[in-house]
Design a protein around this ligand. Structure first.
Ligand SMILES: *Cc1c(COP(=O)(O)O)cnc(C)c1O
Length: 237
């Protein structure tokens, strides 16, 4: 399938998932995860209208970041917005801040403090998702659900770190339908946190859903889906 066919097919499935759950299409944003493809393919995706791009490792991302920022300058009509979606080492934060707008993997205070430090130097406030390990798998990054409120309290002292929502990854091997409780639990956690009366800003966002399970995630309230394989493909090295 060509890239434009893939994008069209995914778009149709997103619209159908929105329709089934009574949501409007504008509530769901798509992050094209380009970690498996070349800079050329990523740029084609941008030309075809995808302008949120996600990468999970700075090492893999940097050449694409350079190529695309060169081709689509920041002041362009429809500038590319980068999302850092993978686990982030504190010593890579200085590479990422100022290039990636959103961080989806905030899961510890030491990382938040490093983001604060770099963001201050750039004069930025960085919108961050708190990564939550809803499924409880040991291999997964993220806070346990009951650690999120105490963590958010700690973040209040860091004025350049702005928690905007929650992020999770569902078990990969699961069938799409089996992921529903995970996504539902993340939405319920967000709603409870917003009702706690302890947040300076409401958590509006839910970053959940990948190639295998994005429709279920949308039905359960995702506001950002992170799509790699199904949307931009996977190229062999
Ligand atoms: C790779 C990756 C994705 C996209 O994966 P696909 O299954 O190819 O859509 C989404 N989120 C994170 C955190 C990833 O690392």
């Amino acid at each position: 399938m060509s890239l434009s066919d893939r994008i069209e097919t995914v778009e149709k499935r997103i619209q159908e998932a929105c329709g089934r759950s009574g949501r409007s299409r504008e509530e769901v944003q798509v992050i094209a995860v380009t970690k498996y493809v070349s800079a050329d393919t990523a740029l084609k995706a941008v030309e075809l209208g995808l302008h949120h791009l996600g990468e999970n490792r700075w090492q893999v991302a940097q050449d694409k970041w350079k190529a695309i920022s060169g081709a689509v300058p920041e002041g362009a009509d429809n500038p590319v917005v980068w999302h850092f979606i993978g686990s982030l080492q504190s010593n890579k934060v200085k590479e990422v801040i100022g290039k990636f707008t959103y961080i989806h993997s905030l899961d510890r205070l030491s990382l938040a403090k490093e983001i604060q430090k770099q963001a201050e130097q750039h004069g930025l406030v960085v919108p961050c998702f708190i990564q939550v390990n809803v499924s409880g798998e040991e291999s997964k990054h993220g806070l346990q659900p009951d650690q999120v409120l105490p963590f958010l309290r700690d973040l209040r002292q860091l004025n350049a770190v702005r928690p905007v929502g929650l992020m999770t990854m569902a078990p990969l091997e699961a069938e799409a339908e089996a992921t529903r409780p995970v996504f539902r639990a993340l939405r319920q956690l967000r709603d409870e946190l917003n009702r706690s009366g302890e947040l300076d800003f409401p958590l509006t966002e839910l970053s959940m859903g990948m190639s295998g399970d994005f429709e279920v995630a949308i039905e359960e309230g995702a506001t950002w889906v992170r799509l790699g394989t199904i949307l931009v493909g996977k190229e062999e090295e």
